[in-house]
Design a protein around this ligand. Sequence first.
Ligand code: ADP
Length: 614
Amino acid sequence: MKDLSKLMEQSFRDFFSNNVAIMLLIDPETLKIVDANPAAEKYYGWDHAQLTSMSIAQINTLSSSEIMVEIDKARTQQRNYFRFRHRKADGSICSVEGFSSKVVFGAKELLLSIIHDVTGQEEAEAKLKHNQNLMGYIIEHDSSAVAVHDKNLNYIYVSQQYLDQYKIKDTNIIGRHHYDVFPDLPQKWRDVHQRALKGEVISADADPYLRDDGHTDWTRWECRPWYEANGSIGGMIIYTQIITGEIQTIEELRKLSRAVEQSPASVVITDPKGLIEYVNPKFVETTGYSFEEVKGKNTSILKSGKHADEFYKELWETIKLGKEWKGEFNDKKKNGELYWESASISPIMNNEGKIVNYLAVKEDITERKKMIEDLIAAKERAEHSDRLKSAFLANMSHEIRTPMNSIMGFASLLPDEESRELMTQYANIIVQNSEQLVHVIDGIVLYSRLQAKILTVNACEFKICDLLHDLKQSFSVLNFNADLELHTQNMIGSNALLNTDYEKIRQIYANLISNAFKYTSAGTITIGAEMKNNQVTFYVKDTGVGISKDEIEKIFERFFRGKNVKNGSISGTGLGLSIVKELIDLLGGKIWVESNSDPKLGEKGSTFFFKLSL
Ligand code: ADP
């Protein structure tokens, strides 16, 4: 019996000493290391003598009392597996696991610990766990919802987002079949899954997804296979993103951009330096520049030079401060034409409040401006005309009263006058003044008939030289001024014919000739016709007072009387040239005047030209 125990002890010694596994014999009561095998010496770095003089608490990172607790726990729970952290001679800490079992030597009960180093394994496990955690974190925080299936389409992973997105109430879907979770899934999706399981990657940027409650969400999705380590397809992964908000935003933006595109106002967007980034079609239509021509250019290409530098300085100072600027531009189109725009320019800021763009919305107000200018001019004309009318009425009273007074005065003298000679003289004065009165009244009546547009053209054919001759005859008789001569000048031959209203052209000439007599005290009055640019041009030229430059435009206005009437000492109504103008308009012609009222500049006098469309 004793021999047998000796034999067993010897076998244990062999087993202990020659074992490649690290082994320690520990006294569970004192925690002293009773024995250590060569593998343990090698592993810990202490020799046999050192190890057997140490307590296990010097190796274990736990304290003696903690080790005691562990030993007790192992004993009561009949658990002999352990995992500890041990210290080596070089100070390094390693992870160990192993088994402890009771061995009895004589009356002594010892613990045999067979130790296995798991430092690397633990690190690998920790790394794996860390990677898994990281992957999980990434997937859970990805913008896409993720579901992973095996090749039988059973769920092996779903992200919380996936459950939320598809409103899956039963969160315990791992292991369940995809079509069990979505029983009504349309065939389209089933086909996609089959293609993914065959190795295809299928995706869509925006796909409608009909919800159970009837509303449609938009999704962006991708379905792709995943592969086992051996390269075979292990199943499929679905990534989906609900992008309804994004689609709505895009739609909103599309609407806004369409509104800008179709805006009746010009829209210009520049960068902070004023370089053009965008112009809408209305801008292109207004300015004549294409988008390509102005892209990247400064808005100053539209400058017409009509605004002072200060104007632009004030504009930039306003918008750089983040404020809106409103004002009117007189700009230049590509073809050089000037135009007016009413503009509002405002800065566009980013989230940090930094100006990233400027937006100009401009409306072409050229027409409106012109209309306003025309209205102002019309108002001024009306006021002017009103003033002239008042002056006319005052003048009329003078023009009528003067001959009337003469007529009445001399008529009252007649009955008592005995001298035949004086009676004849009075009668002549009465006749002359009556004629003058009739002339004034005729003028007013003719003018009002012209204004009422009740005169018609009675055209007939006549020789121009006959007309000139007739006029010369009539006016020579009336010319009582010995210092004034009347000439005719026919430069277009004696047979030249004209087909127009003889009476009206005669009236035109007559008014111009009587003016020439009125405003010329000495010299010559020449009436004539000549060919100018293949057209017959008539003229009445005098050597009289002339017309000042600033009045040349006004003399055809009704009731207008020039400065040269010398405070009314030259009689008149201001209607003569208005009648001429109206008659020429009626005959479809044109009248103009060349005059020089400054004797220092050469020949004095005026020449009235007119031509008719024949
Ligand atoms: P008026 O009755 O005053 O002559 P008109 O309409 O005939 O009116 O002419 C308008 C104005 O034009 C005149 O008041 C005068 O100042 C100027 N005018 C017209 N004809 C002549 C002319 N031959 N020479 C200088 N001034 C003229």
